[in-house]
Design a binder for this molecule. Structure first.
Ligand SMILES: O=C(O)CCC(=O)C(=O)O
Length: 259
């Protein structure tokens, strides 16, 4: 799987490139089958929804302890485009699964960029990092899709403030203020990323994104795999292994031809 030159240009210009139904159906079925056990997992790598201790909001690091996620993280469908976009060998800085349950249990995500905590806490030198957003479930207009501001990555690192709950919930999230959101949304618009399970959006780490509370009856799980260029390896170790990978060895695609 190689991106075309127009897809590479699209990534430069819009900050993401969306590939519908990229993954083989078999791998998507395996991901869906392994999800319930992952979502029952207990430990510091599982962050619950606020005021819902038994509902996972985020499951970090599944590629370390789940075979299907490990296979996904090494699939050529993800690795080759990311290597092309970053023009380098890559390692996986972080993976996280956001199940985004229905019936209002999957809470919203305020507008933010992902790069600030990686830069300030993990010591990632440059925004030379791509988030492969893998649709584990169908993402539609009604089950709270990921919303992006196309082209917003070109503003670089924006002023944002750390959410007051961030420390207590095991991850760090910087929120954009409303005047900045109004300005950027006016300039770039807002797009939902929608498509069937197995679709993948390759997203620049400075692209502004967020999502609403999922009040539909349908779960909307997305696995985010954060690939960093080996030449851009992180320099700090304050956060644990499941948020800030210590092994910077270049990843090689899994040899199974079905992946
Ligand atoms: O999955 C979502 O709805 C948003 C997640 C998000 O913004 C993030 O994990 O940075």
């Amino acid at each position: 799987m190689q991106l075309t030159s127009s897809q590479l240009q699209e990534f430069e210009h819009r900050g993401f490139v969306f590939l519908p139904s990229l993954l083989p159906a078999g791998l998507v079925e395996e991901l869906q089958a392994t999800l319930p056990e992952l979502l029952r997992r207990k430990g510091p790598e599982v962050v619950p929804e606020k005021d819902q201790p038994d509902t996972a909001r985020l499951v970090f690091g599944a590629h370390h302890y789940d075979d299907v996620f490990r296979k996904l993280s090494l699939s050529a469908q993800l690795l080759h485009p990311v290597q092309q976009l970053l023009r380098d060998d890559v390692y996986l800085h972080q993976s996280r699964l956001n199940p985004k349950y229905g019936f209002g249990h999957g809470d919203s995500w305020a507008w933010h960029q992902d790069y600030p905590p990686w830069h300030t806490i993990d010591g990632m030198p440059m925004p030379h990092c791509v988030m492969a957003s893998v649709f584990v479930d169908d993402c539609t207009t009604v089950n709270s899709p990921l919303l992006v501001l196309p082209g917003s990555h070109r503003h670089g690192l924006l002023d944002s403030r750390l959410h007051e709950d961030a420390d207590g919930r095991g991850y760090e999230l910087h929120h954009l203020d409303n005047p900045t959101l109004i300005r950027l949304a006016g300039e770039h618009g807002i797009e939902p990323l929608i498509g069937p399970a197995g679709s993948v959006a390759f997203v620049h780490c400075n692209l502004v994104h967020g999502s609403a509370n999922n009040v539909s009856p349908w779960r909307r799980a997305i696995a985010y795999l954060i690939y960093n260029a080996v030449s851009n390896a992180c320099t700090k170790t304050e956060r644990p292994w499941y948020q800030n990978e210590r092994d910077f060895s270049p990843l090689q695609p899994f040899s199974d031809p079905s992946c």
